[in-house]
Design a protein around this ligand. Structure first.
Ligand code: 3HC
Length: 310
């Protein structure tokens, strides 16, 4: 009976077992996973746009090759995650339609413009740095296909973060103009990177249930604090200043105290009012429509192959 199945499910999750696609699961578990995994996938795909903006203007062939590899990785992360979401019974087309119609979101961070080459280094260092802290615990998320996708993604994410930090090191140790570029990028990407972790725990509608069902393993504020504590020394090593006058080491907490986050900005960007939000969705819809011939050709080829095999 239903109560029995719920109890058995809760016991399995509490015992840290993976829930697999064919296992019984509460509809709300399926629904919140489709929500989170599809939005995670959308973030990877939309996240290719800010970096793509500098691909043809990379300052050297080495930087261009690294950026090309990273953008290609992000596309792959999107595909793993869409595939993980499909195991829950939602189709790729439904997820794409939800994104284009504004019913599904992607991470706020990708609604900010990449104004200089230094932004590419700051994105690798800060955005992928934040993503690693958020994604490493997700390797133990209770839904099997999501956890396994995370294992592969986390391996590639480390390269993304290292290449970004190395690029910032070059700028920070470069000419005064390059140092100013690096500081300007940190000034513009610091606060939006903190917002990637989501709203404060006391205003996070999904957290309680996601923690209980071990979808979420650490709270938004805990990961945000961890990100600040590991990133401040990295900024100091670059000789750059974190744009937060209230940032201060708190020996009692063995963590940094930090200034107030502008949650009005966060919710405005979540609502789709980010600086380049309209461009991002237009770019995705244009790509989807202009590349439809590729999908049709692939489907025709697949149908022919299957006919031959039958
Ligand atoms: N951007 C957009 N929406 C956000 C957000 C953000 N930074 N943070 C929170 N939200 C949304 C949530 O989706 C939720 O709305 P919804 O119910 O309509 O989906 C609402 O704000 C309330 O937030 P909650 O804390 O209650 O929501 P969650 O429990 O889902 O926590 C999360 C938010 C921490 C982002 C969680 O969904 C998560 O861990 N997702 C997986 C990781 C992910 O998506 N990361 C995004 C970046 S991916 C990336 O950076 C790739 C790298 O390669 C660059």
């Amino acid at each position: 009976d239903d109560a029995g199945r719920h109890a058995a499910f809760e016991a399995r999750v509490a015992a840290d077992e993976f829930i697999e696609p064919k296992d019984w699961m509460p509809e709300a578990y399926r629904k919140t996973l489709i929500r989170q995994i599809s939005q995670h996938a959308h973030s990877e795909i939309v996240g290719m746009l800010p970096e793509g903006n500098w691909l043809t203007r990379a300052p050297s062939l080495r930087r261009k090759a690294i950026l090309l590899a990273k953008i290609q990785d992000e596309c792959g992360h999107g595909l793993y995650l869409y595939a993980a979401a499909e195991t829950l019974g939602v189709s790729r087309d439904e997820m794409t339609e939800a994104l284009h119609a504004g019913r599904a979101k992607y991470s706020t961070i990708f609604n900010y413009p990449t104004l200089t080459w230094a932004d590419i280094g700051a994105i690798g260092w800060l955005v992928d740095g934040a993503a690693i802290l958020n994604q490493v615990p997700l390797q133990r998320t209770s839904y099997g296909p999501y956890a396994r996708a995370m294992v592969r993604i986390c391996k590639e994410e480390s390269f993304h973060q290292r290449q970004g930090y190395e690029s910032m090191m070059q700028l920070a140790n470069g000419t005064p103009a390059q140092q100013r570029m690096a500081q300007d990028a940190l000034d513009r990407w610091w606060w939006p990177s903190l917002m990637m972790f989501g709203p404060p725990d006391d205003n996070s509608p999904n957290s309680a249930q996601s923690m209980r069902w071990r979808i979420k393993r650490d709270t938004n504020d805990k990961l945000r604090q961890k990100f600040i504590d590991v990133t401040v020394p990295q900024a100091q090593a670059l000789g750059l200043t974190i744009p937060d006058p209230d940032l201060k080491w708190n020996p009692a907490r063995e963590s940094y105290d930090y200034g107030a986050i502008d949650w009005a900005e966060f919710y405005a960007v979540v609502r789709g009012e980010g600086p380049v939000a309209k461009d991002r969705i237009k770019a995705r819809i244009d790509a989807w429509e202009s590349q439809s011939w590729v999908r049709e050709a692939a489907m025709a080829h697949e149908a022919k192959r299957q006919n031959k095999a039958a």
